[in-house]
Design a protein around this ligand. Structure first.
Ligand SMILES: [Zn+2]
Length: 82
């Protein structure tokens, strides 16, 4: 769950994991924080047409989630640009 700075819809003030309720430390910037942010706008062919669902998971809860997958998440090494 994201709380935004008053009057904005883009400047994140606080992030709380929807699964465990732990606050995800973002300090002064979201750039230094790691978590899974999901924003899904459901379309016409779903049972949730016109709804946008959002949630946030801390890294520990993300790990628990993917351990429940029948097929593992695809993991690729990121190539850092030098
Ligand atoms: Zn969590």
């Amino acid at each position: 769950m994201r709380e935004y700075t008053e009057g904005t819809k883009t400047i994140v003030k606080k992030v709380i994991c929807n699964q465990c309720g732990k606050e995800i430390k973002i300090d002064d910037s979201t750039a230094s924080a790691e978590w899974l942010a999901v924003d899904k706008s459901w379309g016409y062919f779903s049972g949730k047409d016109g709804e946008t669902h959002s949630f946030d998971l801390c890294e520990e809860c993300y790990d628990k989630l993917i351990r429940g997958f029948v097929l593992p998440a695809t993991v690729e090494e990121q190539n850092e640009l030098l």
